[in-house]
Design a protein around this ligand. Structure first.
Ligand SMILES: NC(=O)C1=CN([C@@H]2O[C@H](COP(=O)(O)OP(=O)(O)OC[C@H]3O[C@@H](n4cnc5c(N)ncnc54)[C@H](O)[C@@H]3O)[C@@H](O)[C@H]2O)C=CC1
Ligand SMILES: CC(=O)C(=O)O
Ligand SMILES: [Mg+2]
Length: 607
């Protein structure tokens, strides 16, 4: 054993950590995954030093997609398809996003809910490649140094501690699949450059005993840290992230109790919580359309929520604001909501309630406690049923039938993810309401035929707004993400339906149009940031709406044109060579004999 190793093995743990954290960063000599595109021209390959590292033929985009789709089809299970897509993203990133761009509806469920749920449950079992940054509780005091290890500039991060992954419970560091998946959608939907995104997973221990005892589990085996310890850790993390990247947008995701961090950081950092705020906005968007279609005035709406957690309370708060904008007083607006949790109707006289439930707690239940959803439905006679409870099948046939008896167009939104946790399926909702319901679910369900008519379910998922909230915050360089920006994202979404979609009674736009929808959301978020005076990109203030749209689109990453940047560099270099100005340095590329470079390859043109 070398004296170095002996010293380290004898040193206290803290010292090892200290030494490790101060190691100078090693430069990664390999080209980036975006350089390995088989559509790159020979010249580009030489320039990026990948010549010879990909097969000699130069692909067209069409041929690449054909190959990818065939490989995807050859994988039998969703998780196999997820694994294939992960490898593609990590080795040929532009191709991954080109594939996604033309197949959003088919691929979204494979990289996001529901498949990402299984990917998280099995993250440690299936792990093959790094895809983000892990910060451990043991790293506290040194987070700044660990963050230095991330090799790129970052515009946005999605951070989770894995403690409430979809409706699947505490999955610890296996939750990394969620930041990875959400950031893929930031890139696909809002064109945030893939290199500028940071998937971030915190290892703050896990309450999941099964994982702690699983030999393959890749996180620490400690129980979840205390709320106070978590707070101190997050304080350090927020400061360290913002110190390294002063304009970073920080999205919190899938924390078990995210209210304290939102409260603590929302005015001091550019941060938002997607489960509380993004979900609130996206349901607001679909709900505004549902109210129009149901014909029931806001003052006559009665909403029963199964689930009074981050998403339930977040959604109820956004809808309250909508009712107030529609003319109701705050008190009247708030009274349109009855929240139900695992103990039954949330009421003041039920006993001690968590802080976040107090706002909507009822005080008009005359001492009566309603324990089951069925009882609450009979008591309230709701026009709206929202599910954010993580309880699959909680909207029973009987409850759905009662909703149809009580309403012409009952609003049924089973929003829990993944599909296995959905409070009902689309098929059940249509069957038991006899096709009358206005429906949206958190995870996608297939189109079905009822009474000879094709019915397409809406997907009430925050994916319709978080990309635009993030891009709007980045482009406006907002110092914080205000409630005005969140509300604007939902209102913009409700306005983004095409007449043909409205004619079909859709509540949400076609997911294949998500990139255009995200542009609209982004524009409104930027305007709201300006209105609230939190924007730092002041030159955008005087820009007309049409120009703003052009600006947003120009700033978006486009996987179909990225290669042009390299080719431009190559052309620029060729120009210099022609004028004899390179002093013999041929770019980044290797010199290869002309005969090889031009050797019978077809350069793809059909882009
Ligand atoms: N569609 C979307 O865009 C989104 C969907 N969600 C989904 O919403 C669900 C809840 O998320 P969070 O609110 O963040 O979780 P949470 O853990 O904060 O809240 C869950 C709530 O459900 C209640 N609950 C649990 N068991 C119950 C039972 N048997 N009966 C009645 N209520 C019960 C709990 O008491 C709690 O109030 C998850 O499945 C998540 O995937 C969350 C965010 C966005
Ligand atoms: C969609 C989402 O954010 C969730 O289910 O937690
Ligand atoms: Mg979430």
């Amino acid at each position: 054993m070398s004296s170095q190793a002996r010293n380290n093995s004898a040193a206290p743990v803290a010292n090892i950590k200290h030494v490790h954290h101060h190691m100078p960063p090693r430069h990664n000599p390999l080209p980036s995954p975006w350089d390995y595109d088989t559509a790159n021209t020979i010249e580009a390959r030489k320039y990026t030093r990948t010549y010879g590292l990909t097969p000699p033929g130069v692909d067209t985009f069409e041929k690449q997609l054909q190959r990818c789709l065939a490989q995807l089809a050859a994988r039998k299970t969703p998780i196999e398809k997820y694994q294939y897509l992960s490898v593609l993203r990590n080795t040929n990133v532009h191709l991954f996003y080109r594939l996604l761009a033309g197949n959003v509806k088919e691929i979204c469920p494979l990289i996001y809910t529901p498949t990402v749920g299984e990917a998280c449950q099995r993250w440690s079992e299936l792990y093959t490649q790094p895809e983000g940054l892990y910060l451990s509780f043991e790293d506290r005091g040194h987070l700044h140094q660990v963050i230095q290890n991330w090799p790129h500039d970052v515009e946005i991060t999605v951070v989770t501690d894995g403690s409430r992954i979809l409706g699947l419970g505490d999955l610890g560091i296996n939750g990394m699949g969620i930041p990875v998946g959400k950031l893929s959608l930031y890139t696909a939907c809002a064109g945030i450059h893939p290199m500028k995104t940071l998937p971030l997973c915190l290892d703050l221990g896990t309450s999941n005993k099964e994982f702690r005892e699983d030999p393959l589990y890749l996180g620490s085996r400690r129980d979840k840290v205390t709320a106070e310890e978590e707070k101190e850790f997050l304080d350090e993390m927020m400061a360290a992230l913002t110190e390294r990247w002063p304009s970073i947008v920080i999205q919190y995701e899938d924390f078990k109790n995210p209210f304290p961090s939102l409260e603590r950081y929302q005015n001091t950092y550019t941060m938002f919580n997607d489960d509380i705020q993004g979900t609130g906005a996206v349901i607001l968007g679909g709900f505004i359309n549902a109210v129009k279609q149901s014909g029931v005035a806001p003052k006559d709406q009665r909403a029963v929520f199964l689930g009074a957690g981050s998403a339930g309370v977040g959604v109820a708060k956004q809808l309250t604001e909508f009712f107030m904008k529609e003319g109701l007083s705050e008190e009247d607006a708030k009274k349109r909501f009855w929240l139900v949790d695992s103990q039954g109707l949330v009421a003041h006289d039920r006993g001690k309630l968590a802080d976040h439930k107090l706002y909507f707690a009822r005080d008009d239940n005359d001492g009566q406690q309603y324990r089951s959803l069925e009882e609450v439905v009979e008591y309230v006679k709701p026009t709206i049923l929202m599910g954010l409870s993580t309880i699959g099948g909680a909207f029973t046939p009987k409850i759905l039938q009662r909703m149809a008896e009580m309403n012409d167009r009952p609003v049924i939104f089973p929003l829990s993810n993944p599909s296995s946790k959905s409070e009902c399926t689309f098929e059940e909702a249509i069957k038991y309401t006899n096709g009358k319901c206005l429906f949206a679910s958190g995870s996608p369900f297939p189109t079905l035929t009822h009474d000879g008519k094709d019915l397409t379910p809406g997907q009430g998922n925050n994916v319709y707004v978080f990309p635009g909230i993030g891009l709007g915050a980045i482009l406006s360089k907002s110092v914080s993400v205000t409630q005005g920006m969140i509300y604007a994202s939902g209102a913009a979404l409700s306005d983004s339906l095409l007449p043909s979609e409205t004619a079909e009674n859709w509540l949400y736009p076609d997911i294949n149009r998500i990139r255009d929808v995200s542009v609209v959301v982004t524009k409104h978020v930027i305007r709201a940031a300006q209105k609230d005076g939190v924007d730092r990109e002041l030159q955008l203030r005087g820009v007309r709406d049409e120009e703003l749209e052009v600006y947003v689109r120009q700033r978006m990453y486009d996987p179909f044109t990225e290669h042009e940047k390299v080719e431009e560099e190559v052309r620029g270099l060729a120009g210099l060579v022609g004028r004899g100005e390179t002093n013999g340095v041929a770019g980044k590329g290797v010199e290869v004999p002309v005969g090889v470079a031009n050797g019978g390859h077809v350069v793809g043109k059909e882009r």
